[in-house]
Design a protein around this ligand. Structure first.
Ligand code: DAH
Length: 357
């Protein structure tokens, strides 16, 4: 018991007093902090002084064994030194962190900046925009209509009778509005099978003259294969004025296709049948592109002079007004233009495909 009481006095006899130890230890620690060349070296220095077995910690531990009257002064000195060390440590750590974050190689500030990879328009959008641009040059405006359409606008008003094959539920996506089945009423709604429905909507909304094109998505119950997809895109055109002729139609189609497919493009009209035009034609075209596909002529669009019954249906006087309409598939144009042999590539969104346009 007696020996333990004497130990502090013995220690203070043989070791320098705490106050004398603090200053040199602090100076040594500060010097080592400054000399630490990276964060892990600094951490080692910190542990060797301030860790639980560190040199500075050891001095702090001596505090408990000091005579009561020396404790306040020694405690104050230790705390001051400790906060000084901690501040120096934090400062050095910040310096070394900054150093670690700086580039290892010298920076060449004259190099061009890093560019973000820019996305591009989908090839179908590009072709659609080209088509729209050509028609705008000759005074057409873009019109739009709903993709969920009713049978009236899609068929009846276009002089397409109820027994027409296009109206078969096997060909077309019909939609049952909520409650319709319960009330025993047929829905009469469907995903539009063509953009021709927009002809009716526009004519019902405005008096002639009309000069519109309608790019848009259409739907059919086709199984997807290399040339079919249940969703695809069309452009509709409609021109109504006085004394419009097949010659105007042919001239317009020729102008646009030459712009789209190259100046040596030729077109020809073949008689056909559509219920909303009379006479009706299919349009074939011929160019370097068709010859590349091994054909002189490729069928590309349907068209004709607007049927008088359609004018009656929208309230235009067929004795006063004449007009023409056409419709064609955008995918087909894009496929011919870019030599794409499978329509499904347009919808897969594989960047290896899309990057090429
Ligand atoms: N609606 C037709 C189709 O989807 C294309 C068409 C043919 C549109 C003749 C017309 C037209 O406006 O006059 O195949």
């Amino acid at each position: 018991m007696g020996g333990q009481q004497w130990t502090p006095i013995l220690l203070s006899l043989f070791m320098p007093g705490i106050l004398e130890q603090i200053e040199p230890l602090k100076e040594a620690a500060l010097a080592e902090f400054g000399a630490a060349s990276d964060l892990s070296a600094l951490e080692q220095v910190r542990v060797s002084y301030l860790g639980s077995n560190g040199k500075f910690t050891a001095v702090m531990k001596q505090l408990g064994s000091l005579p009561k009257e020396e404790k306040p002064a020694a405690g104050k000195a230790i705390n001051t030194a400790k906060s000084e060390l901690e501040a120096a440590l934090a400062e050095r750590r910040a310096e070394l962190e900054l150093q670690a974050a700086l580039p290892k190689e010298p920076t060449d500030f004259t190099l061009p900046g890093r560019r973000r990879v820019l996305g591009k328009l989908h090839p179908l959008t590009q072709v659609t925009e080209d088509i729209v641009r050509s028609f705008r040059k000759i005074g057409f405006v873009v019109a739009d209509g709903p993709e969920v359409e009713d049978e009236y606008h899609c068929f009846d008003a276009l002089n397409t009778p109820a027994d027409h094959p296009a109206r078969d539920t096997q060909d077309t996506f019909y939609i049952q509005p909520p409650g319709a089945a319960a009330e025993g009423r047929a829905g009469g709604l469907l995903l539009r099978t063509h953009t021709s429905s927009v002809q009716i909507r526009v004519m019902k909304q405005q008096p002639p003259p009309v000069r519109i094109i309608v790019p848009g998505r259409v739907y059919r119950r086709d199984n997807a294969d290399a040339t079919h997809n249940p969703t695809f895109h069309q452009v509709e055109g409609l021109y109504v004025d006085r004394n419009v002729t097949v010659g105007d139609l042919k001239g317009t189609v020729e102008f646009v296709f030459k712009e789209l497919m190259g100046p040596e493009t030729r077109i020809r009209f073949r008689p056909h049948y559509f219920s909303y035009t009379e006479p009706s034609f299919e349009i074939d075209f011929s160019s370097a592109l068709t010859r590349k596909m091994g054909k002189e002529w490729l069928e590309i669009a349907g068209c004709g002079m607007v049927h008088p019954q359609v004018f009656e249906n929208v309230g235009y006087d067929p004795e006063l007004w004449t007009g023409w309409a056409f419709g064609f598939g955008i995918e087909r144009i894009a496929m011919i233009r870019y030599g794409i042999n499978d329509i499904r590539l347009f919808y897969e969104n594989d960047v290896r495909f899309l990057r090429q346009f």
